[in-house]
Design a protein around this ligand. Structure first.
Ligand SMILES: NC(=O)C1=CN([C@@H]2O[C@H](COP(=O)(O)OP(=O)(O)OC[C@H]3O[C@@H](n4cnc5c(N)ncnc54)[C@H](OP(=O)(O)O)[C@@H]3O)[C@@H](O)[C@H]2O)C=CC1
Ligand SMILES: [Cu+2]
Length: 425
């Protein structure tokens, strides 16, 4: 598992950090990424020298504090060089082999397809320049993020390299730029790091399929009950219920089951830990996976509940509802009844609607506090106050505090992962 490099470097008075500022950093290439990187580095207090094949043409595009020169000159002036060039053009840099010898090259490149090439871009660069130390990093950061400054949800820079010293240097640069460096180990992890920006919402795949599956099951059940059964046994045509009413009775079922699936793995994890008497034993893989998907499952549950609320609000807008109302009124007139008020029914509905609104309110609170930017602004007690006490009895919560971060605390968290996973995952 990735080990965060932050802890040992967070101290701003750290002499290593102070030494990085004011240092010269080189960039090869003058494209979007190079420009954003140069801007960020200049803001962060570094000297920047950009090496371009055509320095005159692109000098105006860079901040004035950055020096734009020929590739050879730029390389000579610094020991750390970001290669902001596509993989396809790495070989054109071979003219610089002598000047580059002994320096740190940072490979920031991405691919257009997962596992497109046999070896990762970084390993390819390392094979072209055996006398250099290649560090993989920054590819998970977009040019836009670089330019606008690191934001909460997108702060981590994954770094890997075979040389500890070089990795440390690049990690320090990332830190001065306001990012959170994350040590991903040796250069052989580069392939994994290069695949990250290409994955489409990896954490959402299982939860989305789960939600769809549940929806399908409940929809079929509700369809049989509300439409098919009356049709077969009473010859009543209720097919108009398919688009709204059946969907509306399906959504809360999905929301409830999903919400219980958010809390169930915590309980299982707690029993697992109690059974083995330790929290230092790994959970089985399926449980680990499940624990890590709780946030997405919870948010999908909220999504279904929110849709259910909108559908419910729209129920009286339908023409079918209007006809039913008129028919009932006509029927009542024919029966010469003047008052249709049934006290019990009225109370049932009032309470029913009120509870529904409150449940949705609580669920929104859970969903909002599970967003990283908000969860980060709460401390552990505040977080558990909202996540735990808004739902469970206070006695359970005091029980957690005695157990610290042990099994019981785990049981009721919605989002905190059992194992440290990178934020972007
Ligand atoms: N754009 C983004 O958001 C991100 C980009 N990256 C990576 O950064 C790298 C650069 O991307 P980006 O800046 O967007 O690309 P651009 O096409 O905008 O820039 C590429 C630059 O490469 C330089 N270059 C050097 N040698 C050659 C050559 N032989 N043929 C063509 N160009 C050459 C050129 O600069 P000059 O003419 O001055 O020599 C050119 O400006 C890529 O590897 C990309 O995967 C990674 C993360 C995000
Ligand atoms: Cu409801």
């Amino acid at each position: 598992l990735p080990e965060s490099m932050v802890d040992s470097h967070t101290d701003p008075s750290n002499p290593d950090l102070a030494a990085t500022v004011g240092r010269t950093i080189g960039i090869l290439g003058s494209g979007d990424f190079a420009r954003s990187l140069a801007t960020r580095l200049v803001y962060s207090g570094f000297q920047v020298v950009v090496g371009s094949r055509n320095p005159k043409r692109c000098a105006g595009l860079f901040p004035s504090a950055a020096e734009v020169t020929a590739q050879v000159d730029a390389v000579k002036k610094t020991n750390v060089i970001f290669v902001a060039v596509f993989r396809e053009h790495y070989s054109t840099l071979c003219d610089l082999t002598d000047e580059l010898a002994g320096k740190i090259l940072v490979d920031v490149s991405n691919n257009t397809e997962i596992n497109h090439h046999k070896e990762s871009n970084a390993e390819y660069l390392a094979s072209l320049f055996p006398a250099c130390t290649v560090v993989k990093g920054f590819n998970v950061i977009s040019a836009w993020t670089l330019q606008s400054g690191p934001r909460d949800g997108n702060k981590q820079v994954l770094i890997c390299c075979d040389n500890q010293e070089a990795k440390r240097t690049v990690a320090e640069i990332a830190q001065v730029m306001g990012f959170t460096p994350l040590d991903m180990g040796s250069l052989s992890s580069a392939c994994e790091i290069e695949n990250i920006p290409l994955r489409l919402l990896p954490a959402w795949k299982i939860p989305v399929f789960l939600a769809l599956g549940l929806f399908l099951c409940f929809y079929t059940y509700n369809f049989i009950r509300q439409v098919l059964h009356p049709y077969i046994w009473e010859q009543k045509n209720k097919f108009y219920k398919i688009p709204v009413e059946v969907v509306n009775s399906t959504l809360p079922c999905v929301a409830y089951v999903m919400l219980s699936l958010v809390y169930l793995p915590g309980v299982l994890a707690a029993s697992f830990q109690l059974r083995y008497g330790t929290k230092y034993r790994r959970f089985p893989d399926w449980l680990d996976q499940w624990l890590q998907h709780r946030k997405q499952i919870g948010l999908l549950s909220f999504f279904c509940a929110a849709l259910h609320a909108v559908y419910s609000l729209c129920l009286p807008m339908r023409r079918s509802h209007r006809y039913q109302l008129i028919n009932a009124a006509v029927k009542q007139v024919m029966e010469k009844k003047t008052d249709a008020w049934i006290e019990e029914e009225v109370w049932r509905m009032e309470i029913y609607v009120s509870f529904g609104i409150m449940a949705l309110g609580l669920l929104s609170l859970l969903a909002i506090t599970s967003l990283p930017s908000i969860a980060n602004s709460l401390n552990w007690r505040e977080f558990s106050f909202i996540q735990v006490k808004s739902i469970f009895a206070y006695s359970r919560a005091t029980h957690h505090r005695q157990r610290g971060f042990g099994p019981a605390a785990l049981a009721y968290q919605w989002v905190a992962p059992a194992t440290p996973v990178p934020r972007w995952a």
